[in-house]
Ligand binder design. Structure first.
Ligand code: FES
Length: 80
């Protein structure tokens, strides 16, 4: 089963804080791990003060102030 990752790319705060770069980085991994994860763009997740925000999995765990290092940690958790 694929883990769904939603990156807030449409909210103003996340856009301003580099969510497109986060989305692209995760999307590159999706290409390599297409059987394990699905990366999607989303509207505001309600964590604008901690932008960029990313929601992961069915339990919708939200990662705040996400950077490339956090992305790699998220991916490592999914593939482990
Ligand atoms: S703008 Fe991204 S969580 Fe609100």
């Amino acid at each position: 089963m694929k883990t769904k990752i939603y990156v807030c790319t449409n909210g103003k705060h996340c856009r301003t804080n580099g969510s497109k770069k986060i989305f692209k980085h995760l999307k590159d991994h999706e290409d390599k791990l297409c059987d394990k994860l699905k990366v999607k763009k989303s509207d505001c997740l309600g964590f604008c003060k901690h932008a960029p925000a990313v929601s992961v999995g069915d339990d919708e765990k939200v990662y705040k102030c996400v950077d490339i290092k956090t992305c790699n940690e998220i991916i490592a958790k999914i593939v482990s």
